[in-house]
Design a protein around this ligand. Structure first.
Ligand code: TRP
Ligand code: SF4
Length: 326
């Protein structure tokens, strides 16, 4: 049996190039070598959006469509939605009985998000318990590894701590999952800050060609390159990051040299970058169009994926309950 990996994503709307390079593209490749479980963590979205739940369902669908467009293949991977597999809630409850509150209070994302999302009240029980739900998400499937970004490492450590506590209190049921940290190229948004939906600086996977080209046109460059005749420095230009990731080598070399001597102008350079991004995204647009023409296909994927996930989750939960003698 190949190693099993599991990962999840909160539904926060259309995915952008940062999500693609940071997670999806890597998930897509993992399908070649691993047994994969990928799910949309819609209950987790409630931890910060409980006061306005109006978008959670739409976003769940949008995320799923982006996944499938990006090559997540439901024939090979189990693709599902957290809230459709109630075992997640049950194991979460059982884990909550044995998770010491201080473990959760010292979780760095707990304090950080509270300070950052000041427009809402996050002094809730569910928000504190976020990593306990995540531990249940993970351990139900006993994965060998969890592909995540660096920001999730504290949650993964807590998952292992909860697994150890359960195993030592009752019987060994849960293997401790490893993290699968992937290095990925950084991409900045059109304003030169980290690409993020909350900054409104994203290039989305669903953006069509004219939108991609327009966004590139407005993108910031080396701020010292004001006039066309000023030489620039690609090393500090966010457009050049796109070239590095998406452009063919000869173009990268050309831009790298001709920017420094002002032989190439930013307008042309950006047009090359836009072309390279368009070439990478075009197959995704095709898949998306085919999917959107057949909404029933998406329903089928979810239905089938949730059934497959439920079978595994059910068995693990039975084992856990047996270990706890309940
Ligand atoms: N907390 C993760 C994030 O914000 C999402 C998530 C929920 C997750 N459950 C998970 C990731 C289980 C991996 C495994 O990105
Ligand atoms: Fe950036 Fe390209 Fe302009 Fe150089 S030519 S500053 S790499 S956009």
């Amino acid at each position: 049996m190949p190693d099993r990996v599991l990962s999840g994503m909160q539904p926060s709307g259309r995915l952008h190039l940062g999500n693609f390079l940071g997670a999806l593209d890597n998930w897509q490749r993992l399908q070649e070598t691993h047994e994969c479980f990928f799910f949309v963590a819609d209950w987790h979205a409630l931890s910060t959006n409980y006061a306005d739940t109006s978008q959670v369902k739409t976003f769940t669908y949008e995320v799923l469509i982006d996944w499938l467009a990006a090559g997540i293949d439901p024939e090979r991977s189990t693709v599902f939605v957290q809230s459709h597999v109630p075992e997640h809630a049950i194991l979460y409850l059982l884990f909550s009985m044995m998770t010491p509150i201080p473990w959760l209070e010292r979780n760095p994302t707990y304090k950080e998000k509270q300070e950052y999302l000041t427009d809402r009240d996050l002094s809730t029980y569910g928000f504190l318990g976020y990593p306990v739900l995540q531990a249940a998400d993970i351990l139900l499937y006993k994965p060998d590894a969890v592909p995540v970004g660096k920001d999730q490492l504290p949650h993964l450590e807590l998952t292992r701590e909860i697994a150890r506590r359960f195993n030592s209190l009752y019987q060994p049921v849960f293997p401790e999952p490893k993290e699968l940290l992937t290095s990925f190229p950084k991409v900045l948004g059109t304003d030169g800050k980290k690409m993020s939906k909350s900054y409104g600086n994203t290039i989305n996977l669903s953006d069509q060609e004219p939108v991609v080209r327009q966004k590139l046109k407005t993108m910031v460059t080396d701020p010292a390159r004001v006039k066309r005749t000023d030489p620039g420095n690609p090393d500090i230009c966010p457009v050049f990051d796109f070239h590095r990731i998406f452009s063919p080598l000869p173009i990268i070399d050309q831009v790298n040299q001709e920017c420094r001597t002002a032989e190439i102008g930013c307008v042309q350079c950006k047009a090359f970058a836009a072309g390279a991004i368009v070439a990478r995204l075009a197959p995704l647009w095709e898949t998306r169009a085919a999917l959107e023409a057949h909404p029933k296909r998406i329903e089928d994927v979810i239905h089938h994926g949730c059934q497959k996930a439920s079978r595994v989750a059910h068995d693990t939960l039975e084992e856990a309950k047996k270990a706890m003698k309940i």
